[in-house]
Design a protein. Sequence first.
Length: 357
Amino acid sequence: MQELEDDRIISSMKTDIDDEDSDNILRPKLLKEYVGQEKIKENLGVYIRSAKKRKDALDHVLVYGPPGLGKTTLAHIIANEMGSHIWVTSGPAIEKAGDLASIVTKIEKNDVLFIDEIHRLKHSVGEILYPILEDYSFDLVVGKGPSARIINLQIPHFTLIGATTKMGKLAKPLTNRFGITLRLEPYSLDELNRIVRRSAPLLGVDIKQEAATEISRRSRGTPRIANRLLKRVRDFAEDQGSNTITHAIALNALDEMGVDKLGLDDVEINLLKIMIQKFDGGPVGLDTLSAATDEDRDTIEDVYEPYLMQLGFLSKTPRGRVCLKAAYEHLGEKKTTQKPTQQFSFFKDANDNDADL
């Protein structure tokens, strides 16, 4: 499923596209440069200034929200504002206690340790992390058998910043050890517009206001997608020998990339059209929809449905998925009372029931 997300220009997941050198150029370094999340910035500024006055490490910070909203950027900003060194790793990269020990033993006073995808930490590693966060110490077992001994290691006061897109998968004892919890929200059109207009000159191009608005409108409320679309629109502009992104260039580029005016791609539009044209808008079971679209059911549920539901285009009911009025209007389709014809009944199977939800 990750591979499929990597192929989508409107994916909010971090992909190879975002690993260009320009990605670091676009990333703000200080709170005053960070666009959006105003309440979080205001409160975070207070916490940081207070910690610096005490000459102590900032309390541990948990940042959560959908991918692409700036959790990693915020971690680097906190380190910069604190004047601290940042160590970066991820939950899947810490496979055993020794991996965690090798990291924390290098930490110096007031350093920042950033763990991305912290919800993917193994349970055994998480339990070792608890005393580190609370008491800044942990017991390391050296050797095996009768000759084994326990060494208590003291860790300088540091700040752990954990980032997650799945808050519900974090163990309660772990979440309780974070003194600061920040929830990032999707960005408004105006905020995305400001991000695009800030990023354009950093990428070496000019951009017209109408073009910035067009890119922002199709960015699904996500800065990562906005910057990614901007980079690709820049390519179209440069290919035409222009150093300025006009509205016409932006429209043409976005249409060529298959990103419609609400940020939907061809697969999502096709999914909605199949539901409307073949199944009269539903209800349609997930297995039936998977067979009709030739898409994996988990891919439909985890990749395509969330944004369609955010837009109010799709709803889950006890009988299956249903297309809502907004989807018909967006696609220019008319709602009918005609029931699905029998020729599609072969999509039904024994699993097509409430369990599909």
